[in-house]
Design a binder for this molecule. Structure first.
Ligand code: KG4
Ligand code: ZN
Length: 344
């Protein structure tokens, strides 16, 4: 570790995880997380007001925890980065207000950053500088996009026309009676299932107009219809088989389009990021298909794919490294920030 590189604090509060990360350069020193997921479970989805309050309660203890993990004190921090969007407005406000207070109190620069770009940049902490040009498959609870990163610019190639991949996992899990958040539950149930048992649809597979777009709402409907038909016929439903087949449909369409995008963009590298990138089948299928296509695949460890503070600190560190101007102290929260706006 080079001790002359600035020490960056990252704050993430866009959804239900209060994440505090500390990095120096590309070295991860701390990654503290407090989750309010259990508080949302009985509602089957994140309740914004509950998430905001939980962020407020978790903020200072989680910062303290991160500082002790890193063996630093607050006064050692050189710059603070915080998720400004996209995400839940009330949740974002807690993180942004906290970050502004820290920046003003310590007299250090602040960077209001894009959560989606942060998901991609966290990969640098494990695999070094992001090669360019690179195609990114960004798959989370709220987003499913194909992007390119070239000369530090993020650009959208395509996106989902309806549900995000994570949303599809969560909704199908709910249909199957699995607890929220459903993605990890489907992943787990699928381990003992047969992924070829049910042929669920792969939407927009061959539609040239939507080559880089996705659609997942029909998948959820197809699963609901299939489950109803089986119940009507008096058949027992194998949750592992349904989970494995749905997971296969999602992993298949995501990886085939991502590889196609990398080939079309002449990009020798593909990075997969966001909570759904933690999915074991998506990771395995992507590795297989990238190897066949001669594309180098980069995917962060599962724990860095789901929301965390390290990713925000990683993007902050990148911005400091390239000499980006800090954000003005009155930058807003932006619940619907587009991927090409990396920071304010
Ligand atoms: O990036 P993320 O942590 O939060 C958002 O920015 O939305 O992504 C959360 C999403 C949820 O839909 C969750 O079910 C999904 O990622 N997810 C998974 C897995 N782990 C998390 N989906 C499939 N398999 C997993 N192992
Ligand atoms: Zn996320």
């Amino acid at each position: 570790m080079s001790s002359d590189e600035p020490l960056i604090l990252g704050i993430e509060t866009s959804c239900d995880e209060t994440g505090i990360g500390i990095v120096r350069g590309r070295d991860l020193l701390a990654n503290a997380l407090a989750s309010s997921a259990p508080e949302h479970a009985r509602f089957g989805g994140v309740v914004p007001e509950v998430a905001s309050r939980a962020h407020l309660e978790a903020m200072l203890p989680t910062i303290d925890l991160a500082c002790s993990q890193a063996g630093i004190s607050m006064s050692d921090i050189d710059a603070v980065a915080v998720t400004a969007g996209p995400g839940l407005v009330g949740a974002l406000i807690v993180g942004v207000a906290s970050a502004k207070a820290i920046a003003l109190g310590l007299g250090i620069p602040i960077y209001g950053v894009n959560h989606l770009a942060a998901h991609v940049m966290v990969d640098e902490l494990e695999h070094g500088p992001l090669p360019e040009p690179v195609v990114g498959l960004l798959v989370s609870g709220g987003h499913s996009s194909l992007i390119t990163v070239s000369d530090g610019h993020f650009e959208g190639l395509g996106h989902t026309l309806d549900d995000a991949a994570g949303e599809a996992f969560d909704k199908v899990a709910r249909l199957l009676g699995l607890p929220f958040p459903g993605g990890p539950m489907i992943d787990q149930a699928a381990q003992s299932g047969d992924r070829d048992s049910i042929d669920f649809p792969r939407a927009l597979r061959t539609d040239p107009v939507h080559a880089f777009n996705f659609s997942f709402s029909g998948l959820k409907t197809a699963v609901a219809r299939w489950v109803k038909e089986q119940q009507r016929a008096g058949n027992t439903i194998s949750v592992p088989d349904v989970a494995a087949s749905v997971q296969e449909a999602i992993a298949d369409i995501l990886t085939s389009k991502a590889v196609m995008a990398a080939v079309a963009q002449d990009a020798p590298h593909l990075v997969i990021a966001g909570g759904v990138a933690a999915n074991s089948r998506l990771r395995a299928l992507a590795a297989e298909r990238c190897a066949v296509a001669g594309i180098e695949l980069r995917v962060p460890s599962p724990g860095l794919c789901t929301d965390n503070g390290a990713m925000v600190a990683a993007l902050g560190s990148h911005l400091v490294r390239i000499g980006a101007a800090p954000s003005p102290v009155d930058f807003p929260v932006a619940s619907t920030l587009a991927v090409d706006r990396v920071h304010f």
